[in-house]
Design a protein around this ligand. Structure first.
Ligand code: AQP
Length: 331
């Protein structure tokens, strides 16, 4: 049975970008690829590459776990777990640091972006993050990894690391393939369409949180940056903000961008924005309701316990073989 695996780090409130670029894709894939197993995790170890408040980190970790299910993932077909509850992730992450080069890590654009924003107190783990990410994936022999466009480079490096290990020690890890959505792979910031929408952004006008209420969603879409051209068409060079809103519309409503452009021919942005706000509310309201029930429930704890057990069993066996293969320990 093929395995699909992905994770999200609890660094802030989940955004519409995380939903459209990642979670919605998982739900679609789970319906489409009924013969595959799904491993999904909350990447809390990745979150601590930048300073976190412990109580908030713990709350967001559970929020993301609940949101995965609230968004429509089938709990009976999902192995859902918390990254830090499986120590083999870290163990393999360390081993893979010895199979990746400084030059490769230095080329990662996400690291360069974060460094340019943070300026000081850059942690070593932020730099070695891709080695742990490779471990998260190849430890479980994942065949496919659905991610947004921003994670493409990290995934490419995971493939390089897996291939390098296999070439040095003999075939051992599956080299994973990415699955990138056709629409919604890179949702941009509502206030600055040159930058991707991010959950750790300080300006909350730039993103829609999956927890935003109706009024906040409508307000943020209304104030999203567009242009003075005033014609609804898809032009990502001259009308970046509008192109982003069209992408969001197409992705959230499962429609073609061309259809939407035709629908709003001859109209200005006001009606388009109003309708987009309504579409988002229509999708997020039931998700928020499901989340509200799940977050307080014992069911969520049970799902996470089961997920930890299944993932741990696999990780334990794989690591034992891995250590033997590279000569660690006595036998
Ligand atoms: N703007 C986005 N558009 C489409 N997909 C996105 N993803 C993130 N932002 C967008 C996808 O969401 C998944 C989880 O991402 P992550 O939490 O592992 O880290 P990230 O990619 O760094 O996401 P953020 O929101 O930008 O987090 P911070 O602010 O902490 O860096 C991934 O599949 C990602 O592609």
């Amino acid at each position: 049975m093929k395995r699909i695996l992905s994770g999200i780090k609890p660094t802030g409130t989940l955004t519409l970008g995380n939903y459209l670029g990642a979670i919605k894709q998982f739900v679609k894939l789970q319906k489409k690829m009924s013969d595959c197993e799904f491993y999904l995790f909350v990447a809390d170890l990745h979150a601590i590459t930048v300073r976190q408040v412990p109580s908030e980190l713990r709350k967001r970790t559970l929020d993301i776990a609940a949101m995965y299910i609230a968004c429509g993932l089938d709990k009976d077909r999902t192995v859902l777990y918390i990254q830090s509850e499986i120590p083999q992730n870290v163990e393999l992450g360390y081993i893979l640091q010895s199979n990746v080069y400084m030059g490769e890590l230095e080329r990662m654009t996400q690291f360069k972006d974060k460094v340019s924003k943070q300026e000081k107190s850059i942690t070593a783990s932020l730099f070695t993050y891709p080695a742990l990410m490779a471990a998260d994936i190849i430890l479980y022999d994942a065949d496919y990894v659905p991610v947004g466009d921003d994670q493409k480079q990290h995934l490419e490096l995971s493939r390089t690391i897996a291939n390098r290990f296999n070439n040095s020690y003999g075939d051992f890890f599956i080299v994973p393939d990415p699955i990138i959505p056709e629409v919604g792979a890179r949702i941009m910031d509502l206030q600055n369409p040159d930058r991707k929408m991010s959950k750790s952004d300080e300006n909350d006008k730039g993103y829609i949180s999956l927890f935003d209420d109706e009024a906040a969603i409508k307000r943020k879409i209304k104030s999203a940056v567009t242009d003075s051209i005033g014609i609804v068409k898809y032009d990502p060079i001259n009308q970046k903000g509008l192109a982003n809103l069209l992408t969001i519309y197409a992705s959230i409503a499962d429609r073609n961008i061309e259809d939407i452009v035709t629908q709003y021919a001859g109209q200005n942005y006001k009606q388009f924005k109003e309708d987009l706000g309504n579409e988002i509310v229509k999708v997020l309201s039931p998700i928020q309701e499901n989340y509200g029930q799940l977050i307080k429930s014992q069911e969520l704890q049970d799902i996470l316990d089961r997920g930890r057990e299944t993932a741990s069993n696999y990780a334990f066996k794989k690591m034992r073989k891995c250590k033997r293969k590279i000569g660690l320990g006595r036998k």
